[in-house]
Design a protein. Sequence first.
Length: 152
Amino acid sequence: MAEMDLLIALATLSAMEIVLGIDNLVFIAILVGRLPKNRQPLARRIGLIGALGMRLLLLLSISWIMKLTNPLFTIFQKTFSGRDLILILGGLFLIAKATYEIYHRVEEQNSGYGVTGAKAATFGSIVLQIMVLDIVFSLDSVITAVGMVNQL
């Protein structure tokens, strides 16, 4: 029976990672689209390689992050731990970044300039944003994965 539970957990985690990976790809496509066409493949590769390295470091430190459950402060009878703060800040970052990117996409289309008239983004800033977005996306999926199993 335990083997069946593990298979169900694996299937659930795999489906979750596919869905979260699609979101990640959409954000990467939006970010890289702000660079000149000839620089986009390189930015995508470097960003994803850096993101992979950051994700591996995150996986190595996940047991430490999951232990950040000691209450730091209380607001309206709700206690907040270090882990809660990491998740809240990551979620706020995603909301802010999505809002910013959607706003600029709509403004570009309404201005008639399209992507070519967009504010130029630097190569380094795009690579860094890809890495940060991957950290935020992977943090919630890794914590969910750890929460689904009894031992790391």
